[in-house]
Design a protein. Structure first.
Lengths: 308, 539
């Protein structure tokens, strides 16, 4: 888990006047599954396109398996399994024909494994891809992404557009197969329930910037919801990592990053407070749509933003 | 309703601007050419430009009118609005008709103004019973000249609108604008061939009246002539042209009505039954055919995509040859021999069109944002992908269209001037077809739209040959004229392919076929087109 399989360092990208990525840095150690979270338009797909060498970054460094995806694009793509959001494949081919076509491009292609995936995912072998259902097409895409036993897997919102049951089924297949493969995975999504079960680490991308990254468990440990008396809060400055503030009767409900110090301070002062553990979707929500303006003291009404 | 018209205006104004510019430039060229040469053939020149324009505009506008909302994904949104879809369809098709006709009218007005002011003059109309060269004909009166102009303008407008409606109706059963783009030239070609039927032999005015009501394009015929100082276009009009155009109106209204009614029908109801009947599981899938190397895989991929399309072109050429032989009623030789003998002539012009279809179609699928992304994320070198695709597609065009024709027609009889196979054909037409293919690839890589790429390729070639044949100093470099000269010398028994005009023109084509793809390969590299009207990028 120590050597980095995916490195993105200080990457920026603009399309005309539209700055899509700013100073983005992500490192994924080998064997880790990182969930790249962001709302629609946050820059997830652009990040992945830069990672795969499909578009160049304006500045910064990108490495996949130690290789530059722009100068060594064929080598990089040979070791990456990629499944895109709403992936289109040659509609006139059948799954078998597509496997036969792609096999020579991947030195590690395992035809037996590819056939196993067809079997496991119940994909008809000789039906044209244009006639597969959306769920079958997504699963075929997953089979294609994994059949050459890639060391790095990149999934870009793969289950988007599937109905909830098909999404759950797809995720189950994904978890089963990724755990077996031991590959490094970068999983981009805005559907948190999809990634919570598979991700070792999380990076939250908001309006082109990484606002938080870290191991999933440590993120859960460090970001907490705290209920504290409103009167106490009035006399205090807001905590350093304040992400969200809401009033509930005479209590203040806050979400704070790096909350341990603040909690210790509350305990030391014998303040009546409660700490609530958060799910990943609640943490993500606090980072991207949290509001801190409602902190009840005048001094704290100055802008306090989420610390990266 | 006003909002619908406003929306249609917003969607059409770009095409209207481009088409108006096209026709204004065309009429300016006709006037300037007339001023330079004084052939008194400005109406014929304008008419042939307007007819070419109306065909291209009809194809582009039909693709938008019939399939535009489906391919843009806005049809379901439009259907959810509290507006009758029939009204939406009516505004779309009428908007397309107006967009097609306005540029012709603008150009006709410019030409009429230059005639009224005496800047240019038109010779008296051609007399089919006593043909005289235009230079020998007296100048026509202003009234007669303006009537001639009004006639060719109306015929071009009616012909364009009819083609637009027929294509739009067919387009309702198709799924992509590219499919309309392929069908469009085929139907246009059939219309052009059909339009000439009643102009062979003695004139039959009543027959032309009835025929013209169904096919307005048939109310005028053009002839190109060459003089020592340059070429000109003469034209002849059907006698009862205005009556025929009047009787064409109900048919056009009926076609419009059909479009409005069928536009509302969901695509699933229209297209699926046909698809289900003709589709079957891919036979290739069951064949245990391994692809041992990436080169083999890439060649297999491109052959699978290009050969069926090119074969359709060959079948079209065969169909046209059969229709031509049947219409001519040639009984001096057996039918099979007559077809083999006439095939090279059909393949010549169908091949020019089909080379464009193959080039544009082959590259557009792999360059669009969806399938293009799939290809770009596989370990396939972009350079190898491009050149393999280019050469396999080129091979498919040359081998399927020209190769098969040479094989089939080699031993066919060579009774008339251009029938049967010849060394002149082998020396000229595969090269022209390859050049057209490379132009279409360039246009498609540039704009990432097969329809625009294909039309640009055809326009480039057409404009190039018009310009070359317009001036005494360059007339000898007209490519088909060179072929005709080579053929006549070959048939006379003293063929020589070392002629300067052949080496210059066809050498240029060969060099272009090699160097144009170098530019195309650079244009094809970026994910989004370098040149484009609506580059899209999602984050």
């Amino acid at each position: 888990m120590s050597e980095a399989a995916i490195v993105i360092e200080r990457v920026a990208k603009s399309f005309g006047p539209n700055q899509v990525l700013q100073d983005v840095s992500i490192t994924v150690p080998a064997g880790q599954t990182l969930a790249l979270l962001g709302r629609n338009g946050a820059g997830k797909t652009t990040t992945i396109r830069i990672l795969l060498g499909m578009i160049p970054a304006d500045c910064g460094v990108v490495r996949l398996g130690g290789l530059d995806p722009v100068t060594d694009s064929v080598k990089v793509l040979g070791q990456v399994g990629y499944l895109a959001e709403d992936q289109t494949m040659y509609p006139w081919m059948t799954p078998i024909e597509l496997f036969r076509f792609l096999a020579p491009f991947y030195p590690t292609w395992d035809m037996k494994l590819a056939h196993d995936y067809l079997e496991r995912f119940a994909i008809p072998r000789h039906t044209k891809i244009s006639r597969l259902s959306k769920g079958q097409a997504v699963k075929l895409g997953l089979g294609l992404a994994l059949a050459h036993r890639p060391s790095i897997v990149i999934l870009d919102d793969p289950a988007m557009g599937l109905d909830p049951i098909a999404r759950k089924e797809f995720n189950r297949d994904l978890v089963d197969n990724l755990q077996v493969s031991g590959a490094t995975v970068l999983y981009s999504s805005h559907l948190l329930d999809e990634v919570e079960s598979v991700s070792d680490a999380v990076a939250i991308l908001d309006r082109g910037r990484i606002v938080r990254s870290g191991l999933t468990e440590s993120l859960r440990d460090e970001v907490k919801q705290i209920l504290l008396p409103l009167d106490y809060a009035r006399a205090k400055m807001p905590p350093e990592g304040l992400l969200d503030v809401r009033r509930h009767d005479d209590r203040l409900v806050i979400i704070a990053d790096h909350a341990r110090e603040f909690i210790e301070d509350l305990s030391a002062k014998s303040i009546d407070f409660n700490v609530v553990d958060l799910r990943l979707d609640e943490i993500f929500e606090a980072f991207v749509i949290g509001r801190t303006q409602d902190w009840p003291s005048e001094s704290a009404s100055q802008a306090v933003t989420a610390s990266p | 309703m006003n909002n619908l018209i406003w929306k249609q205006w917003r969607e059409s104004r770009f095409h209207l601007s481009i088409f108006s510019l096209w026709m204004i430039l065309a009429v300016c060229y006709s006037i300037a050419y007339e001023l330079g040469h004084q052939f008194q053939a400005v109406v014929g020149s304008f008419s042939s430009s307007a007819m070419l324009y109306s065909v291209v505009a009809a194809i582009v506008l039909a693709a938008r009118a019939a399939v535009g909302e489906r391919t843009d994904g806005t049809l379901s949104f439009t259907a959810s609005l509290p507006i009758s879809l029939r009204r939406v369809a009516a505004v779309r098709i009428v908007g397309a008709m107006v967009t097609l006709v306005i540029p012709i009218l603008i150009a006709a007005l410019i030409l009429a103004a230059s005639m009224v002011t005496g800047l240019v003059e038109q010779a008296e109309p051609r007399n089919p019973d006593a043909y005289t060269r235009m230079l020998e004909r007296p100048t026509g009166s202003l009234f007669v000249s303006l009537e001639q102009l009004a006639s060719v303008t109306a015929i071009a407008a009616f012909g364009g609108v009819q083609l637009l409606l027929v294509l739009s109706l067919c387009g309702l059963w198709l799924r992509t604008q590219g499919q309309v783009g392929v069908l469009g030239p085929v139907i246009a070609l059939v219309f052009i061939l059909a339009a000439g039927v009643l102009w062979t032999g003695a004139r039959w005015p009543t027959g032309q009246l009835l025929y013209g009501a169904i096919l307005p394009q048939s109310l005028v015929i053009h002839w190109g002539y060459g003089e020592a100082t340059g070429g000109y276009t003469d034209h002849e009009l059907a006698r009862y042209r205005w009556v025929a155009l009047g009787t064409a109106i109900p048919l056009l209204l009926l076609l419009t009505r059909c479009f409005v009614i069928w536009y509302v029908m969901p695509i699933s109801k229209k297209a699926k039954p046909i698809r289900n009947r003709i589709s079957m599981s891919s036979i290739h899938s069951f064949l245990p055919m391994p692809l041992p190397h990436r080169w083999v895989a890439l060649i297999w991929l491109e052959l699978r995509q290009s050969v069926p399309v090119a074969a359709c072109g060959l079948l079209l050429a065969v169909a046209i040859t059969i229709a031509g032989q049947w219409m001519e009623g040639n009984s001096s030789q057996d039918f099979g021999m007559a077809i083999r003998s006439g095939l090279p002539h059909s393949v010549f012009f169908v091949g020019m069109l089909w080379a464009v279809v193959v080039g544009a179609g082959l590259f557009s699928t792999d360059l669009d944002s969806r399938l293009g992304s799939f290809r770009r994320t596989r370990p396939i070198s972009p350079t190898i992908w491009f050149w393999n695709k280019y050469f396999v597609g080129l091979f498919a065009v040359i081998a399927t269209l020209d190769g098969m024709t040479i094989l089939v027609s080699w031993s066919a009889s060579r009774t008339s001037g251009n029938s049967g196979m010849s060394y002149a054909y082998i020396a000229c037409f595969p090269i022209i077809h390859a050049f057209m293919y490379s132009l279409a690839v360039l246009g498609t890589c540039m704009f990432r739209r097969p329809l625009i790429g294909g039309i640009l390729a055809i326009l480039c070639y057409t404009i190039g040959t018009i310009v070359v044949s317009s001036f005494p100093g360059t007339m000898q470099f007209e490519p088909v004229d060179i072929y005709n000269k080579l053929l006549s010398t070959e048939r006379a028994g003293n063929a020589s392919f070392a002629r300067a005009d052949y080496l210059v023109v066809y050498g240029f084509f060969v060099v272009s076929t090699i160097f144009l793809p170098v530019i195309s390969s650079r244009l094809a590299r970026p994910l989004v087109p370098v040149i484009g009207w609506f580059p899209k990028f999602s984050t």
